[in-house]
Write a protein that binds this ligand. Structure first.
Ligand SMILES: *Cc1c(COP(=O)(O)O)cnc(C)c1O
Length: 382
């Protein structure tokens, strides 16, 4: 009764969302702060003033949202936690300044970056050669590879958990393959600098698309957006779910050359013509117009992260330096699975992966100050 291709599906397993009790949720890298108050205002006034719009199809191309995203990237340099706020205006940090203006035709937006990634896989990766990626990276990439029947060439990490970029390049050049990874990477939290990314793209196959997923870059990484002017095969994927406090709104986007954006748009128009509903577009536009609010949120997350890393290292945990809104931590003599359970029993959810190689680690999302105080108390005894 079912299609043959169903055999190739191995669905993603998201962080658990239990309903049995109220947990402090530090397992899905959501932002602990709500969106800007302007987002709720924009949604409620849109619904009140224009209820008829709920009965009409939304703008299929999200034109106003693309313009708002481009404006926010230009204002912040694409790294919120380093941007400076003066009243309502935001200035990028010197090293983040983008040496050109990001224009709306360089943006494609979709229903969460997971959907955007799916369209990127469809548009740019063929089944006739393996896609090169790190062994431990965002676990949705192998799911899409299964969906589109793209073989994978998984490259193990260095012993310090950073990406083995030499080996990734060697393999990609051998098979003339595309490369994808998250920067900073997940779940390791470690980032590569823009100069390192430039070196890798320069040495990678020129006629293959190179994808950098910047889901976490706003918390201290270096964005590759400036490199779009140098490489016409670069696709950058970003999301509203982490630094823009918008996981519930399902908004993600790519930044790339207008030509590559057009290819992804063609996929969209062949699969899901109206990916972003009217309310999500309204919310996204309002969010981008209040970058100052999100800069403050990102700075708070970074402060909590640094204090939490000190705490963990003090207690004997191994923690790579994080450039994200989570930490990746393990401790000699402590089993990851057991630590996860012990913390859950105390009412706090963190993420544990049973994946061989990283099964002793916990991935812990940075929450509010109060949440981190509660977590530290629980972890004192582990
Ligand atoms: C969270 C995450 C995403 C997915 O984000 P959505 O926009 O919520 O679909 C994509 N890539 C990485 C690396 C992530 O961690």
């Amino acid at each position: 009764m079912i299609a043959q291709r169903m055999k190739n599906l191995h669905p993603y397993v998201p962080g658990e969302q239990p309903k049995d009790r109220e947990y402090i949720k530090l397992n899905a890298n959501e932002n602990p702060y709500p969106p800007s108050p302007r987002v709720a205002d924009a949604i409620s006034s849109a619904v009140k003033s224009h209820p008829e719009k709920l009965g009409l199809y939304p703008d299929p191309d999200s034109s106003e949202l693309k313009a708002a995203i481009a404006g926010m990237l230009n204002a912040t340099g694409g790294v919120l936690c380093r941007a400076a706020v003066n009243g309502n205006s935001v200035e990028p940090c010197e090293k983040d300044k983008i040496p050109f203006t990001v224009t709306p035709d360089m943006i494609y937006c979709g229903n969460g970056s997971d959907e955007v990634l799916s369209f990127v896989f469809y548009a740019f990766f063929d089944g006739d050669r393996p896609l090169v990626l790190p062994e431990h990276t965002y676990s949705f990439y192998p799911v899409y590879a299964g969906f589109y029947q793209i073989p994978l060439d998984k490259i193990s990490l260095n012993s310090d958990w950073s990406l083995d970029t030499d080996k990734m390049l060697e393999h990609a050049n051998k098979t003339d393959s595309s490369i994808i990874f998250a920067n900073p990477n997940a779940p390791t939290s470690i980032g590569l600098s823009r100069d390192e990314i430039r070196k890798i793209i320069s040495a990678a196959p020129k006629d293959r698309i190179f994808v950098v997923d910047e889901a976490y870059v706003d918390f201290g990484g270096e964005s590759s957006i400036p490199l779009i002017a140098e490489f016409d095969n670069l696709v950058i994927v970003r999301t509203f779910s982490k630094s823009l406090c918008g996981a519930g709104q399902r908004l993600g986007y790519i930044v790339a050359s207008p030509e590559l954006v057009n290819y992804v748009t063609t996929v969209k128009n062949s699969l899901n013509h109206f990916p972003i509903d009217f309310l999500a577009q309204t919310a996204g536009i309002a969010a981008c117009k209040d970058a100052a609010y999100y800069v403050e949120c990102a700075k708070k997350v970074v402060d909590e992260r640094e204090s939490f890393i000190c705490f963990l290292r003090d207690k004997g945990w191994f923690v790579p330096q994080s450039q994200t809104n989570f930490v990746f931590a393990k401790k000699d003599g402590v089993q990851g699975e057991k630590a996860y359970r012990a913390i859950k029993e105390q009412g706090i959810l963190v993420r544990h992966f049973a994946t061989p190689g990283i099964e002793q680690f916990l991935r812990i999302t940075i929450g509010t100050h109060e949440q981190m105080v509660a977590l530290k108390k629980v972890m004192e005894s582990i």
